[in-house]
Write a protein that binds this ligand. Sequence first.
Ligand code: ATP
Length: 313
Amino acid sequence: MVACSGGPDSLALAVATAFVTSRLGRRAALVTVDHGLQTGSAERAAAVADWAASVGFDPVEAVPVTVAGRPGGPEAAARQARYQALSDAARRHRASAILLGHTRDDQAETVLLALARGAGPRGLAGMPARRDLAGVQLLRPLLDVTRAQTRDACAASGLTPWQDPHNTDPSYARARVRADVLPALVTALGAGVLDNLARTARLLAADTAALDDLAAAALATPPPPSDGAAVDRPLLRDGGGLSVVALAGLPGAVRSRVLHAWARELGAPPGALSHRHVDALDALVTAWRGQGATALPGGVRVGRRGGRLLPVG
Ligand SMILES: Nc1ncnc2c1ncn2[C@@H]1O[C@H](COP(=O)(O)OP(=O)(O)OP(=O)(O)O)[C@@H](O)[C@H]1O
């Protein structure tokens, strides 16, 4: 199922998908989400849907969503509404995957923005080529394709894509990066900089995945045997909490991931959990001076008692 805004990237993705599926004898759906934020958005969504049906997509849907009243700023609210609508549509149409049109240029922008806000390796890993969205695969097949190529593909297919005014609105950081920062980098450092930023994302994604796996394996260690039999190493899970000795024995990069994952397990909402919270949990292990409990988002509090980190009231 192609998620198509009518913009050049997802229109090129739709053209390519229609080409491939017709030759493979497969069927693809196309969904366009109408955020209802601009005048004429419903007509635009209908035009995208009409075009999609004309090139063989089946089923085709233009889905109106309500953005107002959702948490976060307008961009985050629109994004949340869009992803919800896309995953609902994928389930309705029993699609095996949702295809998004993010390009190598989008990836380079994402990496630069992450670098600028100090996001750490997870942010620098950029957008994954594949992830799970509420049980449906979310795929980004154009991450190695440039924006210039998607524009060329649309032109070669005789299509006039919609230009989202947000993409050139200088009040958005991403639009400023797109208009000013990346061109300046290319001028100063050469055209390879875009590929190199995207490559950095791929390398960090692989490293991050390996560290995440180590953290998950550490958290998956079984609780101590109930018969009191001796174990040859400190177990991480200990009486409803985590053992300080076992935590201290982990490399810092694994420990911070363990603490992040455990905080989520305790009910801290992932979006609100920042590196400051994880640092404060880490300090309970590595910079212990009898400090009080650490308050996490979602009303969760964690303290150190008897050699363990524990949720406290
Ligand atoms: N209104 C929408 N309806 C359906 N899918 C959307 C919509 N907006 C975005 N998407 C999907 O999310 C991807 C990323 O969108 P975003 O607006 O962040 O980037 P973009 O580079 O401007 O993409 P495009 O040129 O396709 O608009 C799009 O390529 C498309 O697959």
